[in-house]
Design a protein around this ligand. Structure first.
Ligand SMILES: Cc1cc2nc3c(=O)[nH]c(=O)nc-3n(C[C@H](O)[C@H](O)[C@H](O)COP(=O)(O)OP(=O)(O)OC[C@H]3O[C@@H](n4cnc5c(N)ncnc54)[C@H](O)[C@@H]3O)c2cc1C
Ligand SMILES: *[C@@H]1O[C@H](CO)[C@@H](O)[C@H](O)[C@H]1NC(C)=O
Ligand SMILES: *[C@@H]1O[C@H](CO)[C@@H](O)[C@H](O)[C@H]1NC(C)=O
Ligand SMILES: *[C@@H]1O[C@H](CO)[C@@H](O)[C@H](O)[C@H]1NC(C)=O
Length: 888
């Protein structure tokens, strides 16, 4: 790491000795902890903590190793599936949903705390925590090698709240204006926790920095393509107790979670999160700033005119310390209303005095306090003042001698603000109805106010213009539109305005401000194309050749029909080799184009090796999004996951958004469709059949009821269902269809393998999620009053709680009473169960279905394979022929 010529002078650095350094009563050594598996801290708030005048951390929910992580080096890390992944599966970079973050309150649980990892998470088991060692070295008279045990036993511990903020918070807004070299954080790249540890000044004063030393470098245990992660800050900040820089080993009272630096890390209040090095191994005192690759090429705001291409060739600009980011800038966001939240407009009957309470967060940098928060409804002509709340100040009220999690709570003397603050303001709905948008800005105690306009820069960091929501008046309500949604999630006014041809840099948020502006928009240049191929590459590569390179040694992949060899870049890829392995032997256009910067694209010719001849497995021309019918029988078409609603303990209704609101699904009754999703970790395509519960003439949306098979001790969970459960909302899934040899036309008329047949009575036999195709037919029969067909449904499940679509089935059978009968049978019924008991076996089938009576009766069966096989055998013995039975 750093170029720190150690000076020979033994003169100690002339710095104030922090109050507590040296002779201290050692804190009690931490007691052995149970494994963290599925649990967090389990302190008993009453017995151990008594009553405190300040907020305590929220309890955290159980976590588990997530399906997506199994194939990555992070397979040892338990996580919360609510976190939104910003860089694909790996490395792990996540923010919580903004509303969840705000709703947790002042302190963020370990579950939802944002994470910025550059590579894999170093492993440290609970048993290894106390023996983890790190150094204080470089320009010090007294170099120290110490363990976490020493840190805990030899120094006074402190506990205080700190808000960490990623320098990339709100970067998605910059990326919509012009793609930067960073990935797309929404406005939830920040979190607050109670940290316990030792002020770094106490360690440094024992090590005795030498004269001439000015910087302190930190290095972690995370080995990355360009060396271990490392950075530096100034020595005098480390020595200043006001700055609060801490060597921390507990977060919210618990040992550090692996994603947050287990077992020990640096935490720097008021500065960007990128300086708070995790998995700490070395503290190095130097005369110069860190020369670590990540210190130089990350966490900077280069001048706005430097383009991504130009930046690739400006080493001295990157090294210029005046562009390095340390203190945060003032920033704020609106959390309520949420994106797409609607509020009703006052009607004549309701009171016209109703108002809406806007709420959100604000933070400043370097210990500065946000002293005011203002809101405008007229684009900044006039402002109104919001109420401020500083929960951090409650900790200043801690009684003398108070301790928490083994650390002293003593910040009364410190004036600095290390945490986010909250604001709120009531605005009459009638005034909102007259406004186009609402914007907020924060001012700090240095009277610096958030700027109106964005300062775009090549890394897209420190984005802090006024936070703006657009107000849409829709019928009798108002809908609020946030600027963006995180990651690749669609939504937000910025994307919409850009798509409509607006220029987001025109000084008016891309809105057309009269004729002149419209003319300007009309001549707008299309986005710059970057050449990613080499003219002298003439090789033609067959799909077979490409697919043979699907391994980790020679990964090839395809972007825009061109083949690239990722082998030489495995070491250098900022996302790690795993990001390239993930697309080996595959088509990667969409993923590549959405994630990568102009710079990365410009590097592609170097890896270009040929042109793909023909297509991979099948031709995939994007379908015309304006088409009337969604499903296409010969090609995969995409829809995005919009909501996932829990309907039972193991089932959810997945709603997908089609291309437009008038688009028909195109699925005849009784048929199913195929769903294709790439395994988020292996990229292998998973394909499964589903029968949507949407009505035949539903438009614009596709709803599928899916039972999720989770891993259980003895049984491996379902591939597709777990993957579907894990993808973020806004992610796309592919569909193809319709498929199936059976179709119910109407009034008893069926078409089976192209042959029509009239049916008077259906026997419908199903188990578990096998109800879905059967439900389609039953619904078509029951909803048509003119349809005289009879249905006899036998639905087998384990427990009452496993019965899917129960109330819908009850409704249909009562609507068509006389024609449709319904029998639920359970293998594990509760005591109060009055329906059928036991499996769908011979006795039941003899009683409820009986022998074959002729052409006019048919049996429809859908369920687990074992059930289908046994039903078939039994019915055949009763005279039913193959042509009388349909197995979905
Ligand atoms: C025509 C048709 C329509 C279908 N419609 C629906 C539908 O609307 N909704 C729906 O949820 N499913 C439906 N299915 C089932 C669906 O296709 C998948 O089989 C199911 O979602 C499991 O896929 P998976 O990849 O998660 O499990 P897999 O990875 O294929 O299976 C892994 C493990 O999961 C468990 N498992 C998987 N399937 C079952 C099962 N059926 N019963 C018991 N345990 C199982 C087993 O332990 C198995 O070993 C339908 C199937 C067909 C053929
Ligand atoms: C928000 O509402 C708009 C308009 O109804 C819709 O187009 C959009 O898909 C919704 N969701 C998101 C995430 O933007
Ligand atoms: C957008 O407007 C700004 C300011 O007028 C102008 O400098 C820029 O070139 C415009 N961009 C495009 C793509 O037209
Ligand atoms: C990976 O694929 C390439 C191309 O097919 C092949 O030459 C190489 O031997 C494979 N390596 C391994 C470890 O399978």
């Amino acid at each position: 790491m750093a170029a720190s010529a150690i000076t020979t002078t033994m003169e100690a650095y002339p710095c104030p000795v922090p109050a507590h350094a040296g002779s201290l009563p050692p804190s009690p050594p931490p007691t052995a902890r149970p494994s963290r598996k599925n649990s967090c801290r389990e302190w008993d708030s009453d017995a151990q903590l008594g009553s405190k005048p300040y907020p305590l951390p929220p309890k955290c929910a159980p976590k588990q190793v997530l399906f997506e992580d199994l194939k990555t080096p992070d397979r040892h890390v338990e996580r919360d599936s609510r976190l939104i992944r910003l860089t694909g599966v790996h490395p792990f970079n996540v923010e919580p949903p903004l509303t969840d973050l705000y709703d947790e309150g002042f302190l963020t649980s370990e579950n939802l705390h944002y994470v910025r990892n550059h590579g894999h998470v170093p492993e440290c088991t609970d048993n290894e925590i106390l023996d983890w060692s790190f150094t204080v070295e470089g320009m010090v008279a007294n170099p120290i090698t110490m363990t976490v045990r020493d840190l805990i036993e030899d120094y006074v511990q402190q506990t205080y709240p700190i808000t960490l903020v990623c320098a990339g918070n709100r970067r998605k807004e910059q990326n919509v204006v012009r793609k930067t070299k960073g990935f797309s954080w929404g406005a939830a790249g920040l979190s607050t926790a109670l940290w316990t540890g030792v002020p770094i000044g106490d360690l440094l004063s024992r090590a005795k920095p030498m004269r001439g030393a000015r910087y302190v470098c930190f290095e972690g245990a995370d080995k990355l393509p360009n060396g271990y992660y490392g950075t530096s800050i100034k020595l005098n900040w480390c020595l200043d107790p006001n700055r609060g820089v801490m060597v921390a080993h507990k977060m919210n009272g618990d040992v550090l979670h692996p994603d947050h630096g287990k077992p020990v890390r640096i935490v720097i209040p008021g500065q960007i999160g990128g300086r708070s090095v995790k998995w700490l191994k070395r503290i190095i005192v130097t005369a110069e700033p860190s020369d670590n690759w990540y210190h130089i090429y990350d966490n900077r705001v280069l001048p706005t005119m430097i383009s991504p291409e130009a930046s690739a060739d400006l080493p001295d600009t990157w090294k210029d310390e005046s562009y390095a980011i340390y203190d945060l800038n003032a920033n704020s966001a609106i959390c309520y209303p949420q994106h797409n939240e609607t509020i009703p407009l006052a009607t004549e009957s309701s009171s016209s005095s109703s108002s809406y309470t806007f709420r959100g967060y604000a933070y400043g940098g370097g210990g500065k306090r946000i002293t005011r928060m203002e809101l405008t409804l007229d684009k900044g002509k006039t402002w109104r003042l919001a109420n401020m709340r500083y929960p951090e100040d409650d900790y200043r009220l801690a009684p003398e001698g108070d301790t928490l999690f083994g650390g002293e709570v003593d910040i009364t003397w410190r004036e600095a603000s290390f945490c986010w603050s909250f604001w709120d303001i009531d605005v009459p709905v009638s005034e909102l109805a007259d406004a186009d948008d609402v914007m907020v800005r924060a001012m700090d105690d240095g009277m610096m106010v958030q700027p109106r306009d964005m300062y775009w820069s090549v890394l897209g960091m420190m984005n802090n213009p006024w936070f703006r929501l657009v107000i849409h008046r829709e019928g009798h309500s108002l809908r609020f539109e946030h600027p963006t949604q995180p990651a690749l999630m669609p939504g937000g006014w910025m994307e919409r305005v850009k798509k409509e041809g607006g220029n987001l840099s025109n000084g008016f948020w891309g809105e057309k401000m009269g004729k002149e502006d419209e003319e300007e928009a009309a001549v707008q240049e299309p986005e710059k194309e970057i050449c990613m191929t080499r003219a002298d590459v003439k090789r033609i590569i067959t799909p077979e050749e490409l697919e043979a390179h699907d391994n980790d040694t020679e990964p090839w992949f395809v972007v825009n029909g061109q083949v690239y060899d990722g082998t030489p870049f495995l070491e250098g890829h900022p996302g790690g080799a795993a990001s390239i392995f993930g697309v080996a032997g595959q088509e990667a256009t969409e993923e590549f184009m959405t994630i990568h910067s102009e710079n990365a694209k410009a590097m592609m010719p170097e890896y270009h090796i040929g042109t793909l001849s023909g297509s991979l497995t099948e031709k995939e021309e994007p379908a015309d999004p304006t088409r009337a019918v969604f499903l296409q029988s010969k090609s995969w078409v995409k829809a995005t996951l919009e909501t996932r609603d829990v309907v039972s303990h193991d089932s959810k209704i997945f709603t997908f958004k089609l291309d437009h609101e008038h688009q028909q699904i195109g699925l005849p009754t009784g048929q199913h469709l195929l769903v294709r999703l790439r395994d988020p970790a292996t990229r292998e395509a998973i394909i499964r059949a589903y029968t949507p519960v949407s009505e035949v003439d539903d438009k614009g949306k596709l709803r599928i009821l899916i039972k999720i098979y989770k891993d259980s001790g003895e049984q491996k969970g379902g591939k597709m269902t777990q993957a579907l459960d894990a993808i973020p909302l806004g992610h796309f899934v592919e569909f193809k269809g319709p498929v199936g040899k059976f179709e119910y036309l109407s009034r008893g008329l069926c078409r089976i393998s192209g042959r029509d047949r009239h049916v008077r009575r259906f026997h419908m036999i199903c188990g578990g999620s096998g109800i879905t195709p059967i439900f389609q037919v039953l619904r078509a029969v029951a909803q048509d009053a003119e349809d005289a067909t009879e249905c006899n449904l036998l639905d087998g499940n384990r427990g009452e709680e496993d019965i899917l679509l129960r109330s819908e089935l009850d409704q249909l059978s009562s609507a068509a009473s006389g024609r449709c009968t319904l029998l639920h049978t359970l293998t594990q019924p509760g005591e109060s169960w009055t329906g059928g008991r036991g499996r769908i076996d011979q006795a039941l089938l003899e009683k409820e279905v009986g022998v074959r009576k002729g052409e006019q009766e048919m049996v429809l069966v859908c369920g687990p394979e074992a059930m289908e096989t046994s039903v078939k055998e039994i019915l055949e013995k009763m005279g039913w022929g193959e042509e009388d039975m349909v197995f979905f």
